[in-house]
Design a binder for this molecule. Structure first.
Ligand code: ADP
Length: 457
């Protein structure tokens, strides 16, 4: 087992990783930018090293500073968390070259899955259903037009290097395509330095269903069931739950099998997520594979009783999975709300600031992952996730009630957050019935913002 792990991240996920390391009696080295000198992950780690100024490009994305810190502090592995360098194939390769174990899949696998268009082709070739669309990338707007005509509108233009919903455009009619193609390309170049695009049919009002998989170096692959991440704003997740109301036992098995096939096709090793969209007729289609730990992993931890960070570390250390597929049991119901420093009444505009007062919910079945504390600063330099409130109960209705109660206990003073909006969603009748899709929030936003906190219109 590793002796000392450097955590190449910050915020709640760095804290989360430190917790598992402590339980495994592994020392931790935190890295931090000058903006994070007082951050919680710095206080909780065994040691901490400043790696540069606030700007992520010069600190949390600064590969040589991070590798130097790991080598100088005698680390034997690096956990990248999510975001930042977590899906950077070059960084994974460099870790290996420096004799440091990258806690994640190999650089080659990250590269293979990081190009979403190439990943689609690989999945299709291995019998995993993909959304109808282009074979590989498209070379021009004209080619995209031809494909759109063939598969029918509406379509999505997507960036092969895409992530975070960027470089993605919905196209409803041929005459709109050239301009939307150009703007998707410009955004993809600006965000990812890569303008390659591909075309997919837009599945109308789908659910976003993803499967957590674990794969070790001995060829064992298991899936840990699904997460329903259909409560989204601007194609970005806000609330997640496991299991999903949309899956029958048969559908769960079919999608789980497809997720395992996807992991095998990728030659995957570590924890990963296979994302699908599910249409109203029960057809599911692969959209992408995320080669890292996900923000929403705690819901899977609750329903399976597994510690996914621990599993990642064990796999990276060459140990075999601690579970077999037949041992995996999904029990009860888990739900997560992302409490972002964003103002839902202002188009989810980021609203970072100082935490004037903080009170976190607790009690049975409530987990809060956050790096905030009284008097801390939610930095404007990084993402706006302030806390994840996660609950676990025997049934979905009890999980909803527990989450309502948990959000009522939560107090974050100092900046607006998405907490009240999540609270209102928990009273929305379609949500309570489990009848929702990725269009839910946009459809109900105006109505929800008019509600008071008791959920009465
Ligand atoms: P990113 O990696 O940029 O987040 P994804 O491919 O994961 O992009 O898609 C983000 C979200 O966009 C999905 O969760 C889903 O809501 C929506 N989406 C993606 N592809 C499709 C599709 N073909 N049809 C309908 N919705 C889609």
């Amino acid at each position: 087992m590793f002796h000392r792990i450097l955590i190449a991240n910050r915020g709640e996920i760095a804290v989360r990783i430190i917790r598992s390391c402590r339980e495994m009696e592994i020392e931790t080295v935190a890295v931090y930018s000058t903006a994070d000198a007082d951050a919680l992950h710095v206080k909780l780690a065994t040691r901490a090293v400043c790696i540069g100024p606030a700007k992520a490009g010069e600190s949390y994305l600064n590969m040589s500073a991070i590798l130097t810190a790991a080598l100088e502090t005698g680390c034997d592995a690096i956990h990248p968390g999510y975001g930042f360098l977590s899906e950077n194939a070059e960084f994974a390769d460099l870790c290996q070259q420096c004799g440091l174990k990258f806690i994640g899949p190999s650089g080659d696998v990250i590269r293979k899955m990081g190009n979403k268009s190439a990943a689609r082709d690989l999945m299709r070739a291995n019998g995993v259903p993909v959304v109808p669309g282009s074979d590989g990338p498209v070379a021009s707007a004209e080619e995209a037009l031809e494909i759109a005509e063939a598969i029918g509108y509406p379509v999505l233009i997507k960036a092969s290097a895409g992530g975070g919903g960027r470089g993605m455009r919905r196209v409803d009619a041929a005459e709109d395509l050239p301009a939307l193609y150009a703007s998707a390309q410009a955004e993809a170049v600006a965000c990812f330095g890569d303008g390659e695009l591909y075309v997919e049919k837009l599945i109308l009002s789908p659910r976003h269903i993803e499967f957590q998989i674990l794969t070790d170096g001995q060829g064992n692959v298991v899936h840990l069931g699904e997460r329903d991440c259909s409560i989204q704003r601007r194609n970005q997740k806000l609330m997640e739950e496991s299991p999903s109301k949309a899956l029958s036992a048969e559908l769960r098995e079919a999608m789980g099998d497809a997720a395992v096939r996807a992991a095998q096709a990728a030659g995957y090793q570590s924890a990963g997520t296979v994302e699908f969209v599910l249409d109203h007729d029960g057809n599911f289609y692969f959209i992408e594979m995320n080669t890292r730990i996900q923000v929403e992993h705690p819901v899977t931890e609750f329903v399976t009783g597994l510690d996914l960070i621990r599993e990642q570390i064990r796999i990276a250390a060459g140990l075999s999975l601690s579970v077999r597929q037949e041992d995996v049991r999904q029990t009860g119901w888990a739900m997560e709300c992302r409490i972002n420093a964003e103002d839902p009444t202002q188009g989810f505009h980021p609203s970072p600031g100082k935490v004037e007062f903080l009170h976190l919910p607790g009690g049975p079945g409530v987990r809060v992952d956050t790096a905030l504390f009284n008097g801390s600063e939610l930095s404007p330099w990084y993402d706006s996730l302030a806390a994840k409130v996660v609950v676990y109960a025997p049934t979905r209705l009890e999980a909803i009630r527990k989450m309502r109660r948990a959000l009522e206990e939560l107090i974050i003073e100092g900046f607006p957050t998405t907490a009240d909006l999540c609270h209102l969603i928990l009273y929305q009748p379609d949500f309570v019935k489990g009848r929702y899709d990725t269009g839910f929030l946009e459809q109900h936003m105006d109505e929800l913002l008019k509600w008071d906190c008791e959920g009465n219109q």
